[in-house]
Design a protein around this ligand. Structure first.
Ligand code: ACO
Length: 316
């Protein structure tokens, strides 16, 4: 069976930059508190743009960079938990705007783990012969679901999108990793730890310390498992792109994994937590800046509401 691989990436963020000092003018917080507890310095906020606009912009760049004909895209998946439109799905809107004529197009909500879940779903579909190419997108307008009077959450979130064109590669030798085996799951006993609940105006809420403790104790073994299943180890990776929720979590993980020499995504500093967009956004930036060697194994791993997690080692 031909391995599937990420052929090209793209990302898009709104122009408007919201600084920590801007937030200090809105709620009782400070630049010092936000930097110290989260590492976040700025985040981008969409004004007019919708989730479909953000997703289309990122996906259009990935599609153009891939050289794949839109007619050859057989699956479009948008990972999002903040899209306001339920039907038609954001994915169907993106397909329409990009001239993708007859792909299966659906949204997937697995909170912040949505993109890595969608990437595995696309990989499995391609391997099963259900499509030749897939467009996998993570897009969020978290500012729409933020309580701007709650200092414990509004300082964390941001808007943006990242996208990947994925395809089976008939020319690649079968020992090329491409998209490695997924490690995914959920823990409903911690289901209340991250919430976006309510009828028409849901607002993001979380038990920050519960998630922090979980991420700094239980994430490393899952990442080691993803590496082992891909035939590598954390220290041998060419890049680490975990969910961009908190710089302290990222630094603690890297130490715990013994991966100090590895290129690590720290996009949370500039972009805040963009939920399902955070992994493809950070990956696309690292690849664009050529910080990741072509063909090097890169760990993608995300976690969030559910609590749920999904990740895999990829080459791109
Ligand atoms: N500015 C100033 N003070 C604040 C702020 C703020 N923005 N927010 C909270 N505080 C105060 C609290 O009121 C509290 O005050 P008190 O001691 O007088 O009661 C104090 O700071 C400490 O609050 P904690 O919530 O304990 O702060 P903590 O160090 O845990 O940091 C944070 C909070 C940043 C949310 C951290 O817990 C975290 O990052 N957790 C992980 C979150 C995560 O990874 N989520 C991922 C899944 S969800 C998603 O990605 C969309």
């Amino acid at each position: 069976m031909h391995p599937t691989r990420i052929i090209a990436l793209g990302h898009h963020q709104p122009d408007h930059v919201l600084t920590n000092d801007d937030l200090a003018g809105m709620v009782d917080t400070s630049d010092e508190w936000i930097r110290q507890r989260t590492g976040i310095v700025t985040r981008r906020i969409a004004r007019e743009e919708t989730v479909a606009d953000l997703a289309t912009a990122a996906a259009g760049k990935a599609l153009a960079a891939s050289g794949v004909d839109p007619a050859d895209i057989g699956l479009v998946a948008v990972a999002t938990c903040s899209a306001r439109d339920r039907c038609p799905s954001t994915a169907a809107q993106v397909a329409g705007r990009l001239g993708i004529p007859d792909a299966v197009a659906f949204d997937l909500n697995n909170g912040c783990a949505g993109f890595t879940t969608a990437l595995a779903t696309a990989d499995h579909s391609l391997r099963a012969g259900a499509a030749r190419h897939a467009l996998v997108i993570g897009a969020e307008k978290m500012s729409d679901v933020t309580d701007w009077t709650d200092r414990s959450t509004c300082v964390l979130l941001g808007d943006g999108a990242g996208a990947a064109v994925v395809g089976a590669d008939p020319d690649a030798p079968s020992d090329v990793l491409g998209i490695g085996p997924v490690v995914w799951g959920s823990d409903p006993s911690r289901g209340d730890a991250v919430r976006l609940m309510g009828d028409w105006q849901p607002r993001f809420a979380q038990e920050g310390q519960t998630v922090f403790r979980w991420a700094t104790t239980e994430l490393a073994p899952l990442i080691e498992q993803a590496c082992e299943r891909a035939g590598t180890t954390p220290r041998d990776l060419g890049g680490i792109v975990t969910h961009q929720a908190n710089l302290r979590i990222i630094e603690a993980l890297v130490r715990r994994l013994g991966a100090d020499g590895v290129v690590v995504a720290r996009d949370v500093v500039d972009s805040g937590n963009t939920s399902a967009a955070s992994v493809p956004l950070a990956l696309s930036k690292l690849v664009e800046r050529r910080e990741i060697e072509p063909g090097a194994p890169v760990l993608l791993f995300a976690f969030g509401g559910g609590l749920s997690w999904a990740g895999q080692v990829v080459t791109c």
